[in-house]
Write a protein that binds this ligand. Structure first.
Ligand SMILES: *[C@@H]1O[C@H](CO)[C@@H](O)[C@H](O)[C@H]1NC(C)=O
Ligand SMILES: *[C@@H]1O[C@H](CO)[C@@H](O)[C@H](O)[C@H]1NC(C)=O
Ligand SMILES: *[C@@H]1O[C@H](CO)[C@@H](O)[C@H](O)[C@H]1NC(C)=O
Ligand SMILES: *[C@@H]1O[C@H](CO)[C@@H](O)[C@H](O)[C@H]1NC(C)=O
Ligand SMILES: *[C@@H]1O[C@H](CO)[C@@H](O)[C@H](O)[C@H]1NC(C)=O
Ligand SMILES: *[C@@H]1O[C@H](CO)[C@@H](O)[C@H](O)[C@H]1NC(C)=O
Ligand SMILES: *[C@@H]1O[C@H](CO)[C@@H](O)[C@H](O)[C@H]1NC(C)=O
Length: 526
């Protein structure tokens, strides 16, 4: 090579560098490098950190028309055929500052919505991350109607397909490939995480599954049955949110100090069986603002009862006490629960005019008997996952208003019984954390910021971050003993009022002093 030639190449390189660095160039050319059957790359686009990304294609019901992106990354958007009549929309986000870790995100409810906030969050933490739309767009269950392949995508295939393709793309994008693979999801995302553990034991080295919608068919029926208890808001069996607050205060009066602290939080709801007759108005009471009618007391008793099927088998455990002020606005609001109604309309009965007001136990039996593609996600034998060396971290908020944390406890026992492993042995690969003061996947009244998403972020120290705790477990073999949550004064990112270490089930948190309940070191897992 002549010096002259070398010089001109150098000059060319400098011109290119001025407008585009190697990472940007790689991103710009990446679409052409992808040649995978059933995969169509719509675009690969460089997104500089600090961009407020417009998501104009996102279905309006998903409620996200923009996403702020903190770090430089390459955004790859694809369509992937999952059968002759179904497809997923898949995105892979490859950050410039890459830690060598692959991750899949999940979904929520019956959606249909790529969780862009989780892509942004995990890319910021250095993961090559993927998210799929679960086989349909938007939050409604209508796309399931007479379309079993779309139901199959929702039950298990969307996440698995995204993982298989996402891993291949990650290896193509980064010369070093990836060294470990992770999953992060909550609610339906928690169920998807468990589905991977149960059905695809080699997909992930570490799975973080929160508040999982497992025991799914029965969850759908349990959610539907609250309307049959409360009736519409005009009914004498209905309670207003203000009346549910009276119930909440009575629950705290009877149960708050069982854990040793009067902090408005119930550490272990399984020890709390309140007597609600204490709330009944005296027959001649003149002031009834802080008492309930006997019909309302009956409603409260039924809401907190386990849910039994037509022949007396337990379908779903009771709602845990503590979540009333949240549940009042959704589960007990005097309207049929939308997701349940959609599921019966478009999956169980193929009848778009089926009305959630008519729900009864025969419907619950039909939903369970159908269990399409084993969407129940309640397998007790995890030995293939255990043998593969995988780790799973399960958490559930003790103020969850949508999915009872008691169902997570039921599943834990089911795994323990099926595998004949006591908790000390399960802890080797499966740890379950109960998080007081956490509502459904998010913040509640207590120290619920455990870094399960950007909305609960309290730093990336493994002690404070459930995902980084999983990374430490997988890569260093150091399993989390506790998960520390932060209580924010006024929403995430604001001043931390106090922290609390949440216990690994079946231990429970007890306030032993000598400090205040706000002192994390005054608590003990026993
Ligand atoms: C996906 O399937 C559709 C319909 O069968 C077909 O037209 C399209 O070419 C397929 N796309 C890919 C990338 O295979
Ligand atoms: C991003 O843009 C949207 C639409 O223009 C706007 O509503 C939103 O507030 C912006 N977000 C940030 C963080 O600037
Ligand atoms: C979902 O929306 C995307 C973006 O608008 C579109 O490309 C895709 O075809 C849609 N998927 C389905 C199953 O309708
Ligand atoms: C009725 O009781 C409530 C709560 O105990 C109290 O705030 C209110 O002042 C009372 N109303 C009357 C008319 O006494
Ligand atoms: C469902 O039934 C209720 C009670 O009969 C009725 O008020 C409501 O309009 C019905 N809803 C639909 C969507 O048909
Ligand atoms: C009772 O119902 C459950 C759930 O529908 C079913 O699995 C079980 O076989 C039934 N048992 C009997 C004795 O009918
Ligand atoms: C404990 O801390 C709370 C919140 O800071 C405070 O309101 C309460 O008075 C404290 N209790 C004791 C016994 O110090």
């Amino acid at each position: 090579m002549t010096p002259f030639f070398g010089l001109s190449l150098l000059a060319l390189g400098q011109v290119a560098l001025a407008s585009q660095d190697a990472f940007q160039t790689k991103c710009a050319h990446f679409a052409n490098k992808v040649n995978i059957p059933d995969v169509k790359v719509n675009f690969a686009e460089y997104i500089p950190g600090g961009t407020n990304l417009s998501l104009s294609d996102n279905a309006p019901s998903c409620g996200a028309s923009s996403q702020s992106v903190a770090v430089d990354l390459c955004r790859v958007a694809m369509a992937v055929n999952t059968s002759g009549s179904s497809e997923i929309t898949l995105e892979a986000w490859f950050p410039r500052e890459y830690t060598g870790r692959f991750l899949s995100t999940g979904n929520g409810g019956l959606s249909g919505c790529i969780q862009y906030y989780d892509l942004a969050y995990t890319a910021q933490l250095g993961f090559a991350t993927v998210g799929a739309n679960n086989g349909h767009n938007g939050t409604s269950g209508e796309p399931f109607y007479r379309h079993p392949e779309v139901i199959r995508d929702f039950a298990y295939r969307s996440v698995h397909t995204g993982v298989v393709i996402g891993k291949e793309l990650t290896k193509k994008f980064y010369d070093e490939g990836f060294k470990k693979s992770y999953y992060l999801g909550c609610s339906t995302g928690g169920r998807q995480g468990w589905k991977s553990v149960q059905k695809y034991p080699n997909d992930f080295d570490g799975v973080v599954a929160g508040a999982p919608a497992i025991n799914f068919a029965n969850l759908i029926s349990w959610s539907a049955h609250f309307y049959s208890i409360t009736g519409p808001s005009s009914s004498d069996t209905y309670l207003t949110p203000a009346e549910w607050n009276i119930v909440h205060e009575e629950i705290n009066r009877q149960c708050d100090t069982i854990d040793g602290a009067k902090d408005g939080l119930i550490e272990d709801p399984t020890l709390c069986y309140p007597i609600f007759e204490t709330l009944m108005c005296a027959p001649k009471a003149s002031n009834t603002t802080s008492c309930l009618t006997s019909a309302q007391v009956q409603t409260v008793n039924k809401v907190f009862a386990p849910f039994y099927g037509i022949n007396g088998t337990l379908l779903y455990p009771r709602m845990q006490p503590g979540s009333e002020n949240y549940a009042a606005y959704i589960m007990y609001n005097g309207e049929p629960f939308t997701y349940s109604q959609d599921w019966f309309r478009y999956v169980v009965y193929n009848n778009p005019s089926w009305n959630g007001t008519s729900f009864n136990l025969k419907d619950a039996a039909a939903a369970l008997a159908q269990n399409p593609y084993n969407i129940q996600t309640f397998e007790g034998d995890l030995s293939p996952f255990q043998k593969s060396g995988g780790k799973v971290l399960h958490y559930h908020g003790m103020q969850d208003q949508l999915i009872s944390s008691e169902d997570s406890k039921l599943y834990y026992s089911h795994v323990s019984d099926t595998m004949k492993l006591p908790p000390s042995e399960l802890d080797e690969f499966y740890r379950f954390f109960t998080v007081s003061g956490m509502s459904h996947c998010g913040l509640g009244d207590g120290a619920a910021g455990i870094g399960q998403g950007s909305g609960t972020y309290a730093g990336s120290d493994p002690e404070d971050n459930v995902l980084m705790a999983m990374v430490k477990w997988v890569e260093e073999g150091v399993a989390p003993e506790t998960i520390r949550g932060s209580k924010f004064a006024d929403g995430v990112g604001t001043k931390v009022e106090y922290r609390r270490k949440h216990c690994r089930y079946p231990r429970r948190n007890v306030h032993v002093g000598p400090g205040n309940y706000t002192d994390e070191n005054s608590w003990q897992c026993i």
